[in-house]
Design a protein around this ligand. Structure first.
Ligand code: HEC
Ligand code: HEC
Length: 338
């Protein structure tokens, strides 16, 4: 009897060891692998109207400026002065327990910025979440796969037209947990052709549900914060837009870092943040004139407030077309985090 038990234990141990060794080998081979994604045939233009449109997107609805400045403090100066900061990167995003990543230098510097990359490499990053060096980026941070060809070209054109700034940005550092998640979680893999459906031109700038959906899903990443997500893999694990997970406050001085922010419910159910707006005009005014109410709120209000009244109105229409879901939102969005 004891001998049979020992025999079973021996085989179980052996099986477990095989699984552990196999998994380690898989993670080691794949966590930072090079991906084979196509380089989109899109090219920067020197037309001033296209460049201006790209600047509007980068500092407005597509909010590249929120992350691609040097730090939260630099972004704060933008909030205070309205003077656009250079997109020279370096902003550190601590993502415990996965590691820390730094935003890239998006100015045309030939050694430290996008001067090193082809238009196709930059467009591929937006479409497929594959970095210029062929490695996978963090998809949930930059979900721009379905941005229209027109808007990708506008952003490319603007990025190329900026004055170059030399700024060496450190590489990302991943912990062991981070490497395992990066290797296994689908949200850390590049998009595939089947998942991408970019329109050639964006829906016209009118107060339509279609235009609103385009801004929310392809530029504004509203879902990334306002939906329930698994905390390790960032997979949406509940009704979309029904309220998100608490986010730490912006890394600026003089704020209480134990007060985290809970992105409220944006579906049209009783007691949701959306339903507290009596009409579209109040919603538009909240974005355009109201701005950020809580200084440390992680929501990039100061990018979105550049949106046109039509675009914000379109967002309102889209959100109202969603199925009501989730729980009522508390009046105060902060939660104590020990
Ligand atoms: C929520 C934060 C965030 C937003 C918003 C964001 N980025 Fe990024 N971006 C990052 C981070 C972080 C990295 C570095 C990723 C890594 O190291 O894996 C990055 C990397 C990149 C890269 C790769 C550069 C390189 O040298 O590898 C490009 C290109 C880029 N971003 C362009 C953009 C553009 C254009 C926008 C706006 C349309 C944008 N990003 C919006 C955080 C952001
Ligand atoms: C980086 C995370 C993040 C992103 C991206 C984000 N939000 Fe928010 N949002 C929050 C948080 C946190 C709050 C609560 C704190 C506050 O009001 O600033 C909030 C609050 C709100 C509110 C309630 C405001 C009020 O006065 O009650 C609305 C409406 C809203 N967001 C809409 C949007 C829309 C639309 C988008 C996309 C265009 C978006 N959010 C993108 C995090 C985010």
């Amino acid at each position: 009897m004891v001998r049979i038990l020992l025999q079973i234990l021996k085989w179980l141990g052996f099986a477990l060891l095989t699984v552990v060794v196999g998994l380690s080998w898989y993670v080691y081979r794949t966590w930072d692998r090079v991906w084979d994604a196509p380089l989109p045939e899109l090219h920067a233009s020197s037309d001033p109207a296209v460049i201006a449109r790209g600047q509007h997107l980068a500092y407005g609805p597509a909010h590249c400026a929120e992350c691609h400045t040097a730090s939260a403090e630099v972004f704060e100066r933008y909030v205070e002065t309205g003077v656009r900061p250079a997109l020279s990167g370096g902003y550190a995003f601590p993502a415990a327990p996965l590691g820390v990543v730094h935003s890239a230098n998006l100015t045309p510097d030939p050694e430290t910025g996008i001067g090193r990359y082809s238009d196709g490499q930059i467009a591929r990053m937006l479409r497929y979440s594959v970095k210029p060096n062929g490695r996978a980026s963090i998809r949930p941070m930059m979900p721009y796969g379905d941005m229209s060809d027109e808007d990708v070209v506008a952003i490319l054109s603007f990025l190329r037209a900026q004055p170059p700034v030399r700024n060496v940005v450190s590489n990302a550092e991943w912990t062991l947990v981070g490497k395992v998640i990066k290797s296994l979680a689908p949200t850390f893999k590049p998009r595939t052709d089947a998942e991408i459906h970019p329109p050639k031109v964006s829906p016209p700038q009118q107060i339509t549900r279609e235009r609103g959906e385009y801004i929310v899903r392809s530029l504004g990443n509203c879902s990334g914060c306002h939906s329930p997500l698994d905390q390790l893999t960032f997979v949406v694990n509940g009704p979309e837009f029904s309220g998100g997970m608490p986010i730490e406050p912006r890394g600026i001085p003089n704020v209480d870092h134990t007060l985290w922010f809970q992105p409220p419910n944006l579906t049209p159910r009783a007691g949701s943040a959306l339903n507290r707006f009596p009409d579209r005009e109040t919603f538009v005014a909240r974005f355009q004139k109201g701005g950020r109410k809580y200084p440390a709120s992680p929501m990039p209000w100061n990018c979105y407030d550049h949106m046109t009244a039509e675009d914000i109105g379109a967002i309102y229409e889209f959100l109202h077309s969603l199925p009501p879901a989730g729980q009522p939102s508390p009046q105060e969005p902060t939660v104590k985090h020990e």
